[in-house]
Write a protein that binds this ligand. Sequence first.
Ligand code: NAD
Ligand code: WQD
Length: 336
Amino acid sequence: MNILVTGGAGYIGSHTCVSLLETGHTVVVADNLCNSRADTLDRVKQITGKDVIFSRIDVTDEAAVNSLFADYSFDGVIHFAGHKAVGESVAKPLKYYRNNIISTIVLAEACQRYGVKRFVFSSSATVYGDNEVPFVESMPLLPATNPYGETKAVCERILIDAAKANPDWSVALLRYFNPVGAHESGLIGDAPDGIPNNLMPYITQVAKGKLDKLRIFGDDYPTVDGTGVRDYIHVMDLAEGHVAALDKLTSGVHVYNLGTGQGTSVLQLVKAFEDANGMKLSCAIVARRPGDIAECYANASKAKRELGWVAKRDLLEMCRDAWRFEKNFMGSCLHS
Ligand code: NAD
Ligand code: WQD
């Protein structure tokens, strides 16, 4: 299939381009590079030996999106493009609502206009809110605690309604848990700009000596060891989940958790990182981070049952691959 990948120069998008190309799909990336660099796509080409067409456009720009759809005959869209920093979304809610929601509407309208019937959307486990674990797709969603999460819930709603009005559409709403790690080549990975918000890139930067110590946000949660529990998933497993969704989708809207089903605490992840890479990390327990929940992990059985997809890579692989990428590329990766 010929797939439009919005946000394809970003972290999850670039890994998904690798999976798509390796399974015989062709890829057109639309990205405005607001949080990525074009040379990531050169590395995607290096890994796969295949070409990627790149269009530097803002996918909220209706004219630019329409002209892309007119130029290429797409069989499907995977929509990764969006802003994703939870804290920034509280400070700049309009930036988040504008970018994340308008891009989704513009792309869905273009699909309608140009007869493109497959749409895969990057949603997030954040839409479950502080629900009971494990999170299962059929659960009623709880209100998001921040504008970022709200944009994901709103986009899901928009796509559900659009699919109702277009019964021949196949829409996948993929709720990611905590993507970590990098392609095993070490050529592409997570390259956050500035001080990372997320745990794994923070850990790799402490390991490299760029940050002095890991601050662990709270050790008094009702969890196995008091620290927050998450469902970390290797980004290549996540990428493969997108290919499975594209290949297996039937008409209608289908919601899938993309997680491992396994909860891991902050202290357990630190230990796994230390064991995987033979090093010791400097850590300090500090106060809880506002807005954090105690536990978040998936019931991942629906994706297994319906898509034949399961996450295959373990925590040690996630830690090894995250560190390999940090050693090779970080610091020279984004906005240099
Ligand atoms: P990322 O920032 O690395 O990638 C997003 C890409 O979209 C970037 O390359 C950016 O330049 C591009 N982009 C943003 N707005 C754009 C616009 N208007 N037009 C064109 N390009 C635009 O983020 P990521 O981690 O790869 O996340 C991809 C998607 O997955 C996002 O929608 C994010 O909300 C969602 N998601 C991410 C996580 C996570 O932890 N990384 C978890 C759940 C969901
Ligand atoms: C994981 C655990 C922290 C940093 C966020 C978004 C979510 C999704 C993924 C997009 C928590 C602890 C973290 C640190 C720490 N993104 N931690 N010290 O919060 O589960 O999810 O990213 O959709 O929407 O909210 O991920 O990696 O920030 O935190 O102790 O320096 O690590 O408290 O328990 P989170 P995270």
